[in-house]
Design a protein. Structure first.
Length: 538
């Protein structure tokens, strides 16, 4: 069982917003102060049976209404359950309805949504608190008291983090030894990655064990049976700003590890959960709020991007609701690592290749603009066929996009598409410089990038002629320095041949650093200015 969708009305920054969720993991991104943490607070309120306060109401004359859809497709229950939560500012407590029949149902029903607000802050220091230490200690003590097999199981598990030990037979002492091995004996030092991951898992186990001990009847009520008769605990876990407490590798490691525990993919924790909670496993759903690209997994379907609509109301673009055909979806998943940064951008500028990618930030600075200042994300699509697909994905997330193509692939595109003036990027550069008799700038670039490489070989000529669809017999190998400054056609061809045969981010950067405002092709200026304009008017 998991939350498949929530519609929120009149809550804080949310006037009328629909969220669609992935069954396992959901990462919520968006501008500062747009409502990402508001969503986690809402989850906490509705699952605790608490009520909203006056400052939670966007409009004090209206109710906060929340429509929750629970997917039950893996369980011996109807496919979906729809619940409506309603509370007016003057209500003593909220009212819960069956969204289909409109009949009221007890608030305790919502407790089937078992929720943990999980903090990564000072994990090691927090364990020093008696409450946190005791519940984890008690959980391990109970497990270790179940027999020799448990002791061996824990010893083997400790070996995976490089801790070789023989645990005492006494379960109390053995539990103490386990915690010392995981958290360190003085619990003051930074933990290695594997130990920190285990510490996170133990914190979760301790929280679940504590809730079962103190609210046993409620805990039992939250359990459901799947179609195979296994008793599982539906569970939601939220994490706010993992980047505040973890470096990039740890963010990904900890989130993936938590996700695997919640989905019964970590054998040791599966066994531990079965023993101390007397259930067959978890049915977990993870919610993460982050401002960091490092926390984003490489699957757009698990990302929710909050954005402002044209009326300045918050809306949610949910990857779980996107529908692409199989080939496009495969392509997008492969390219998603390169476009994650765009989730936080005001505008994405998508270019075909490395040379454009290397030069455009410098061209923008020469024109007086810094992409970072304007929230512009430059994306290398690695080929013109990828541009439209990436643009479609970003547009689905309501990220403004501008696309830049070579003219030789020009076809019907929308108004976000821009093209080089001539056949391709390199020809625009060459024509603009040669027409202004600035071939010396190009020569400086070439000599800086690759000294003593001004000879245009027959292979470079062949490649250039194929691109331009002209016979290669018209041109012979020669050095750039030996071409007459008045032979404009010759200059254009040979400089084009060199640039076209030496693509890459290094040559792009050198061009960006050498060309002045007047040498930047007009087509480049136009697309950069369009991206700036879109970022300003988001």
């Amino acid at each position: 069982m998991y939350i498949s969708s929530i519609k929120i009305e009149n809550y804080r920054t949310f006037k009328d917003v629909i969220f669609l969720f992935d069954s396992q993991m959901n990462i919520i991104v968006g501008d500062n102060n747009i409502g990402k943490t508001n969503f986690l607070n809402l989850l906490k309120v509705i699952t605790s049976g608490d009520k909203f306060h006056y400052n939670d109401f966007r409009d004090l004359h209206k109710a906060i209404c929340i429509f929750i859809e629970l997917s039950m497709e893996d369980f011996s229950l109807p496919n979906t359950l729809k619940i409506q939560w309603e509370q007016y500012p003057t209500d003593v407590e909220p009212t819960l309805y069956d969204a289909k029949t409109k009949e009221t149902i007890p608030l305790s029903y919502i407790h089937n949504l078992f929720y943990i607000d999980f903090s990564l802050e000072n994990l090691v220091k927090n364990i020093q608190e008696d409450r946190n230490f005791n519940r984890i200690h008690q959980a391990f003590k109970q497990y270790l008291s179940s027999g020799e097999h448990a002791r061996v199981h824990v010893q083997n598990w400790l070996l995976t983090i490089g801790e070789e030990t023989r645990l005492p037979i006494d379960s109390n002492k053995a539990a103490q030894e386990v915690l010392d091995r995981i958290y360190g004996r003085n619990r003051q030092e930074e933990l290695p990655v594997l130990q920190l991951m285990m510490a996170v898992g133990c914190q979760l186990i301790g929280e679940l064990f504590s809730r079962k001990q103190h609210k046993n009847s409620l805990f039992e009520e939250t359990l459901v049976e799947d179609k195979e008769g296994y008793k599982v605990l539906p569970l939601m876990v939220s994490i706010d700003d993992p980047e505040m407490h973890l470096h990039p590798y740890l963010q990904r490691a900890v989130l993936e590890f938590l996700k695997s525990i919640l989905n019964n993919e970590e054998p040791f924790f599966v066994e531990l959960i079965k023993s101390i909670l007397q259930i067959d496993g978890l049915n977990g759903q993870l919610f993460v709020v982050t401002h960091s690209t490092d926390a984003l997994i490489d699957d757009y379907r698990q990302i929710i991007r909050l954005h402002w609509d044209s009326e300045h109301h918050v809306q949610a673009a949910c990857g779980a609701g996107f529908k692409f055909d199989g080939e496009i979806e495969k392509h997008l998943i492969m390219h998603f690592p390169e476009v994650k940064e765009a989730m936080y951008a005001k505008c994405a500028l998508i270019v075909e290749g490395e040379t454009e990618y290397g030069s455009f930030p410098y061209f923008a600075k020469t024109l007086g603009f810094n992409f970072d200042y304007y929230g512009i994300c430059l994306i290398n699509a690695r080929g013109e066929h990828s541009i439209s697909k990436i643009s479609h994905l970003l547009s689905s997330f309501h990220i403004p996009t501008v696309c830049f193509y070579d003219r030789d692939v020009m076809e019907e595109h929308d108004d976000t598409s821009f093209y080089t003036e001539y056949i391709c990027y390199e020809m625009d550069i060459v024509k603009t410089c040669i027409e202004q008799r600035k071939q010396n700038l190009l020569l400086d670039v070439i000599q800086q990038v690759e000294a003593n490489s001004t000879h245009i070989s027959s292979s470079l000529i062949k490649k250039a002629c194929q691109k331009l669809c002209i016979p290669k017999s018209q041109y012979n190998p020669r050095k750039l320095e030996n071409i007459s400054p008045r032979a404009e056609k010759q200059l254009c061809f040979y400089y084009f041949a060199w640039l076209y045969g030496h693509k890459g981010v290094i040559i792009g950067r050198s061009l960006g650093l050498h060309l002045g405002k007047h040498e930047i092709p007009t087509s480049f200026k136009n697309v950069i200015l369009q991206a700036i304009s879109k970022s300003i008017h988001v």
